[in-house]
Design a protein around this ligand. Sequence first.
Ligand code: XMP
Ligand code: MG
Length: 183
Amino acid sequence: MRAADISDQLTSVLVTEEQIHDKLAELAARVDSDYEGKELILIGVLKGAVMVMADFARQLQRDITMDWMAVSSYGAGTKSSGVVQIRKDLDTDLHGKHVLIVEDIIDSGLTLSWLLENFASRGAESIEVLALLRKPEAAKVEIDCRYVGFDIPNDFVVGYGLDYAERYRNLRDVAVLAPHVYS
Ligand code: XMP
Ligand code: MG
């Protein structure tokens, strides 16, 4: 789905499909070099990170393994509750593994800070974060994120995996959702 088709529901396009593609290629080259000679597992956070994972993982020139975790902290609203629930746990034992968490967006940072603690307690050898988007103005906790795609303003965004009430995930770009849609 393209932004033009639902332009009445969007305020503006923030990041285009092409910009995302170029940025993920750049991040993949860095990850290839940073993890040379190491076994790497990518852990995607469902459901928002599905598109990032699919495109990022295929830009890598190396072998990886992949697992998924589903957590929920938002419900149907647009603000993080800070209360994180595991909806689907990993299938993989993280002991001794080099873990790269793949996320769509760091907003308040509450979800990731919870995930980082949770993964550390499972004995991972190293844990880093890749996030396509980050909202610096929304941070409630600082997240040490090694691979960031784009810093964006503090607006609610949709597309490229990001949803509002499960809609807009298949929008190719990342766009600001028009306030009249959720208020
Ligand atoms: P936090 O606030 O814990 O964010 O860093 C956790 C998760 O909430 C989702 N999220 C968003 N989803 N537009 C969305 O469609 C947004 O602007 C937005 N901000 C946060 C996202 O899944 C993130 O992983
Ligand atoms: Mg999400």
